[in-house]
Design a protein around this ligand. Structure first.
Ligand SMILES: [Zn+2]
Ligand SMILES: [Zn+2]
Length: 238
């Protein structure tokens, strides 16, 4: 965190250095990203991503959409607009935040975005099937996504029973766990752990972690088998 000198923010452990939350999902032919964070550019450069077939959005909060302008580099090389999959609420925020990308007469070099509306129905990006799962971020409906046996849920503190059913049977879940203390719109670590146990998911990684949670190594050591803190650059083979 900017201007903080707590033990996490001053930790030399690379696993305590976190960009904002996002994942990349890759098949043999398709690469997609969930959310374009303010760190999107650095994340794409770090992972040397040459081609991106789409961005799917969880919700319109700034820490999940702010990096969208940087798709212009992908536009430049692919000579195609970037397919963006978002619900209506998130699309409205994208148009409001990046109005210059949606005007009639655009000057060259602006980001080219092609909006696709999603809701709770399954869809595909390239050859990757995606199942949206609606979760609650206090009062805001947020989309989690299931890709085969892998489920990604960020920015949630509550999930309705029918949506939980869509998660059951996953082999791996990545779910948000902000800190130890309760928070009004994010799961605490304890709440995230009980969700994983309730849904009997064998492997879980916790993400969207605040510096208030403590140092990676120390917190990770307290977790039981099958559960770990996620970290930047973590790769999972499915
Ligand atoms: Zn700190
Ligand atoms: Zn967030």
């Amino acid at each position: 965190m900017i201007a903080c000198d707590c033990e996490v923010c001053s930790s030399p452990d690379p696993k305590d250095k976190r960009f904002r939350s996002s994942i990349m999902v890759r098949s043999d032919t398709t690469t997609l990203v969930v959310d374009s964070t303010p760190d999107f550019r650095c994340q794409m450069l770090r992972e040397k991503v040459r081609r991106l077939d789409g961005i799917i959005f969880t919700h319109p909060h700034k820490d999940h959409i702010a990096g969208l302008d940087d798709v212009r580099a992908f536009n430049y090389f692919s000579k195609k607009p970037m397919p963006v999959f978002a619900n209506e609420m998130t699309q409205a925020a994208i148009i409001r935040e990046f109005p210059y990308a949606f005007t009639e007469n655009k000057y060259p070099g602006l980001p080219e975005i092609q909006l696709h509306t999603i809701n709770r129905d399954p869809f595909t990006v390239g050859n990757i099937p995606v199942v949206p799962i609606q979760v609650w971020h206090l009062k805001m409906p947020v989309l989690g996504f299931r890709f085969g046996n892998f489920t990604y849920i960020t920015d949630a503190n509550r999930i309705d029973e029918p949506e939980k059913e869509k998660i059951r049977g996953s082999e791996i879940i990545v779910v948000n766990a902000l800190r130890n203390e309760k928070h009004e719109s994010h799961y605490s670590l304890k709440e995230a752990i009980s969700l994983v146990k309730e849904l009997s998911i064998p492997r879980a990684f916790f993400t969207h972690i605040s510096h208030q949670l403590g140092r990676h190594e120390a917190v990770n050591a307290t977790l039981t088998k099958g559960m770990s803190l996620a970290y930047d650059g973590l790769v999972l083979e499915l």
